[in-house]
Ligand binder design. Structure first.
Ligand code: WT7
Length: 651
């Protein structure tokens, strides 16, 4: 979508501010705003010096020649160096006192638990790497991982990186169609899957989807199947193998392959707003160094922490913060297979108390679901071990932030609202919890070495509190290296909208403290009577009303105003809309942010159409709001029933 000339009007006014608790700061890696600012200033003045120093904290088989070779838009970080991500995640710890420290605490949905120490993780990864080799998998081959969140999925990822195979994890909720497309695009030769997984008390099959996809994928020679549900499945002779049978014949010795720093590490597909999925490509050295550093500083990780990032490994958050970042730091990371509301809406809080989780990282969509289910489920558990909370994935509405802070964090835990993307690989804009005062709804300030700005179409920075386009002005180690097999689309999507900068696709403003307020995707900016406003701000105003759980605001064409605002609203548990609520909500928005942002229509609904990663699909709502047929790609939609329901409510 072409960028508009005009600025974006920001209407959200949020003035609450929360300094880091003194006790927290005292023990933190970065203890004050002044200390953060000093390190940040130096890190962007000389990024090569900064990142070079950090990289030395990890193991390299061969030292790099140059920290950065930059030929816009192509970067090589730690060029000439040789390393191995799996070695840095495992061998480094196994050769230290951490040998028997628990690396992974895993809980299955039915309640089964596995504690896996570093030494045991190392053995199982080496063994599975040997399995891959025995099937002829070679350095550079692409491997699809399509699994439930069981430890074997993590073994598979690490085994690939150990031998230099390139993994592409596909979220288990995706259909056979999505699997097929991704196999075609990546040219994968091997698929690692499971018979199925458990979700909301049901055994959900996966293998049948693979079978269906493979009817059109002659390039796939081997399928390895982990046993999880023990439901009967078809096994194709010669092609399909049981994980446990192959493992019986594989040894535990498998040295990590020294790989070029720029060796491809993984491909992760994101749907993007239009049709064809984009294969985001990440490489080894830069990603590793940044995953290590961001995890350590953003989560202020300490040796004794029990850290839980709730993301599925099918998303980049699961890659970077459940698996690689945590293991690089020798942390104990919690993984949970199932749904947050099974068998009851307090499952997450139960897990936190059971394992003594100290750091908890989740998504705004989950937080809004918790709000809707009611705080009584949280209050049943003590949560006294928690010391830090995080969010990622969308702008968090200030009222949802306050709820998280009060009800989950008991006003004691700082919240890190972390802005980043599949493309950026690691966290880019975020509070450091001991150093940076937080405000509800802002990701605050850039991480070390990151140089973001809010600019207009010409690439000039806009004044404080003016909306514009969020860009990154310098290359960073974990940046995507391209779209798999499509360098032109890479240039066009990220490097051509604004000269000399990486364009994020997001709108943002900076306040007078320099804090970044993400206003959502530029595609979600609407034009009402000549004002361009981010729909996210109107949503936040709606969510600040006591009865509202979630809101999605879109525009429909309007003869008079250009565009009119339509709000789809879900109410908190137990509340039903009476005749006056619509008008009350319109008045509420007028009061919170001004009457220009008052929605023209308000529609109540039980559910909103979301992607499988929990993002509201505003594109579909736009089509419904303007009375059009729903077109375009709906393969990422989580619940197809939602569309039919929304249409009924329309009538
Ligand atoms: C887009 C990236 C990064 C892992 C999960 C999502 C939005 C993400 C925030 C945040 C406001 C956020 C942006 C971004 N987003 N985090 N803390 N505040 N917006 O990865 O699917 O690649 O999506 O999610 O719009 O561009 P993704």
């Amino acid at each position: 979508m072409p960028l508009s000339q005009s600025d974006i009007t920001s209407v959200l006014h949020e003035t609450r501010k929360f300094p880091p608790p003194a006790e927290f700061s005292k023990r933190a890696h970065v203890k004050s705003l002044a200390e953060y600012k000093k390190i940040h200033r130096e890190s962007v003045r000389n990024p090569q010096k900064f990142w070079g120093k950090i990289a030395k904290e990890l193991h390299w088989f061969k030292q790099w020649k140059k920290v950065l070779e930059w030929k816009e838009p192509f970067a090589k970080w730690f060029a000439g160096g040789k390393t191995n991500l799996c070695f840095n995640c495992l061998d480094r710890h196994v050769n230290s006192w951490r040998r028997n420290k628990v690396a992974i605490i895993w809980e299955g949905e039915p309640g089964d638990v596995r504690n896996i120490p570093y030494a045991s993780l190392h053995r199982q990864v080496c063994q599975f790497a040997n399995v891959l080799k025995s099937l002829g998998v070679k350095k550079g081959d692409r491997i699809i991982i399509y699994m439930p969140l069981i430890p074997e999925a993590v073994f598979a990822m690490l085994a690939c990186t150990r031998i230099g195979a390139v993994h592409s994890v596909i979220f288990g909720g995706f259909s056979s169609e999505a699997v097929k497309d991704r196999i075609h695009d990546s040219g994968a030769t091997t698929v690692i899957t499971a018979d199925g997984g458990f979700r909301r008390g049901q055994a959900v099959g996966l293998k049948a989807n693979v079978d269906k996809a493979l009817r059109d994928c002659p390039g796939v020679k081997h399928v390895i199947v982990a046993q999880r549900t023990k439901e009967p499945i078809h096994m194709e002779p010669g092609r399909d193998h049981w994980w446990h049978e192959l493992a019986e014949n594989a040894g535990y010795e498998c040295p990590a392959e020294p790989l070029d720093s720029e060796h491809p590490l993984f491909i992760l597909y994101t749907s993007g707003s239009t049709g064809k999925p984009k294969g985001i490509l990440h490489t080894t050295g830069g990603y590793m160094v940044s995953a290590y550093l961001t995890t350590k500083y953003v989560f202020d990780l300490r040796e004794e922490d029990t850290y839980w990032c709730t993301a599925d490994i099918g998303w980049v958050t699961g890659h970077t913060y459940s698996v690689y970042g945590a293991l690089l730091n020798g942390a104990t990371t919690v993984l949970y297979e199932g749904a947050p509301n099974h068998p009851a809406p307090d499952r997450f809080w139960q897990i936190i108390d059971k394992f003594g989780v100290t750091i908890f990282y989740t998504a705004p969509t989950a937080i809004r679901a918790f709000i809707k289910w009611g705080e009584q489920h949280v209050l049943k558990h003590s949560l006294k071990t928690l010391r830090l909370l995080g969010t990622v994935g969308e702008p968090i509405n200030p009222e949802a932030w306050m709820w998280y802070y009060n009800v989950v964090g008991k006003k004691r835990c700082p919240i890190v609202d972390t802005w980043w993307q599949t493309e950026t690989g690691t966290i880019m804009i975020t509070p450091l919890p001991g150093a940076i005062p937080t405000k509800p709804g802002t990701a605050t300030l850039p991480f070390f070495g990151i140089d973001p700005a809010v600019v207009n179409k010409e690439g000039r920075e806009v004044p404080p509190n003016t909306g514009g386009y969020l860009v990154i002005r310098k290359p960073w180690p974990a940046m995507l290296r391209g779209l798999y097999g499509d360098p032109e689309r890479y240039k066009k999507t990220y490097w051509s909208e604004i000269k000399g900068c990486y364009f994020t696709g997001d709108g943002a403003r900076r306040d007078k403290d320099g804090y970044f307020w993400i206003m959502g995707r530029i595609d979600d900016v609407v034009n009402v009577s000549g004002h361009r406003i981010g729909t996210m701000e109107v949503e936040s105003a709606l969510v600040s009303h006591k009865d509202v759980a979630e809101a999605a605001v879109v525009a429909r064409p309007d003869d008079l105003k250009g565009q009119a605002l339509v709000a789809f609203v879900t109410l908190k548990g137990g509340i039903t809309a009476d005749g006056s609520l619509q008008e009350e909500l319109r008045q509420h928005v007028a009061q919170e942010i001004g009457s220009l942002a008052k929605p023209d229509d308000i529609r109540f609904t039980d559910t909103l159409p979301k992607t499988r990663s929990g993002k509201i699909m505003r594109r579909l709502l736009r089509e419904i709001a303007s009375g059009q047929e729903v077109k375009g790609d709906t393969t990422t939609l989580e619940d197809f029933g939602v569309l039919a329901k929304l249409r009924e409510e329309d009538e």
